[in-house]
Write a protein that binds this ligand. Structure first.
Ligand SMILES: *Cc1c(COP(=O)(O)O)cnc(C)c1O
Length: 357
């Protein structure tokens, strides 16, 4: 044994303070914490995946560019195949974008927003620069443009609809930023299937735009890790130099392209979620002392009169898991995913009880 060996001493000092991503596994709870599709995967699509699987031995490496899936995605988005890159979840693509374009430079983030932009910026050796959102979580567009003008700014992350606040940024505002930026502008549209206007049409005009999408939310494949990005083919060519050659496994490629081929069947589930979101929103907004923020996604951010940690814990003790978002700018806030009707009803019932209503 070598007593002098200290693995921590071998890690870059700028990563001090980075902690493992925390996921607490809870069994037998109503899971409204991660914005997944609450419905069972459509049985007929699952059967089709099993059928296709019949021809597959997994002895060979997968297609490094997921060509069949990319063709389906081209059909879905209208973006030519050369401008599409699939990844092992959009999380992987966020890291690949930052390793390719961000390292050594500045990365603009607009909190409160998705935490992975900052985490991956740090891992990639880029400096995260915050341009906080304004009242009602509206994007500070002039602030973002000012940050974009800094010569070291390489990448700007915008999330629309924004997680965890639920509001979208109009494409006209994104275009304003694109026009005034030599940096890459990444618009994360993980929740686009639920609402908000897409920035995909802007791709024709702006070669510095990247649109990120995922199969983890509306399309119910969170467990298989499939995301993709849409960009100018020249941007994709740069990313191909950096990404792991076999980043997306064969099974996930097969499942995702089957989902794309039968995507209309998800429309009904999405509509049901949107309808139930309206109902949940109305009922939350009717609770005295509760502030609810407008949303176009499949989750709702709200502020309670009690400490968020207390509400979180008491809901969990009652079998309901949501997300405690308490942090600067989100004091006493929690985020709940729109579930099935009976799940939403139970959540409301328990919340009322906890709040003494
Ligand atoms: C859930 C989520 C993703 C999805 O990540 P995957 O790695 O594709 O599962 C990406 N961006 C945002 C803002 C999200 O909320």
């Amino acid at each position: 044994m070598n007593a002098a060996f200290d693995p921590a001493a071998l890690v870059r000092p700028d990563l001090d303070g980075l902690v493992p991503y925390q996921v607490h596994i809870h069994h037998n709870v109503i899971k409204l914490d991660a914005n997944e599709n609450p419905y069972d995967f459509p049985p007929s699509i699952r059967e089709e995946i099993w059928r296709e699987l019949g021809n597959h031995t997994f002895t060979r490496y997968p297609d490094p560019v997921a060509g069949d899936l990319v063709d389906r995605l081209s059909d879905y988005t209208g973006v030519p195949a050369g401008g599409i890159l699939a990844g092992n979840g959009s999380d992987e693509l966020i890291l690949t974008l930052l390793l390719t374009f961000g390292t050594g430079g500045r990365v603009v983030i607009t909190p409160p927003t998705f935490s992975m932009y900052e985490v991956h910026a740090r891992i990639a050796g880029a400096r995260p620069v915050n341009v906080p959102r304004r009242q009602n979580f509206i994007l500070d567009t002039p602030g973002v443009i000012a940050a974009a003008r800094h010569p070291e700014t390489r990448v700007i992350f915008l999330c629309s609809p924004n997680n965890p606040t639920g509001n979208a940024t109009p494409p006209e505002e994104v275009a304003e930023i694109l026009k005034n930026s030599r940096a890459l502008v990444v618009v994360d549209e993980a929740y686009q299937e639920f609402g908000g206007e897409s920035c995909v049409p802007l791709l024709e005009e702006y070669s510095n735009l990247v649109v990120l999408r995922t199969f983890s939310k509306a399309f119910g494949l969170a467990g298989l890790r499939v995301g993709y990005l849409l960009a100018d083919p020249a941007v994709v060519q740069q990313l191909l130099r950096i990404k792991q050659p076999f980043n997306l496994n064969a099974f996930s490629q097969l499942a995702a392209r089957t989902v794309m081929a039968r995507r209309e069947e998800f429309g009904q589930l999405i509509n049901q979620i949107l309808q139930d979101r309206e109902e949940l929103y109305r009922e939350l907004a009717a609770l005295p002392g509760v502030e609810v923020f407008p949303t176009v996604a499949n989750f709702i951010l709200f502020r309670t009169p009690l400490p968020a940690e207390q509400v979180y814990r008491e809901l969990l003790a009652n079998g309901i898991l949501i997300r405690n978002m308490h942090s600067p700018g989100l004091e006493q806030c929690l985020r709940v995913t729109v579930g099935k009707k009976d799940e939403n009803r139970l959540f409301l019932e328990k919340l009322k009880m906890i709040l003494g209503l």
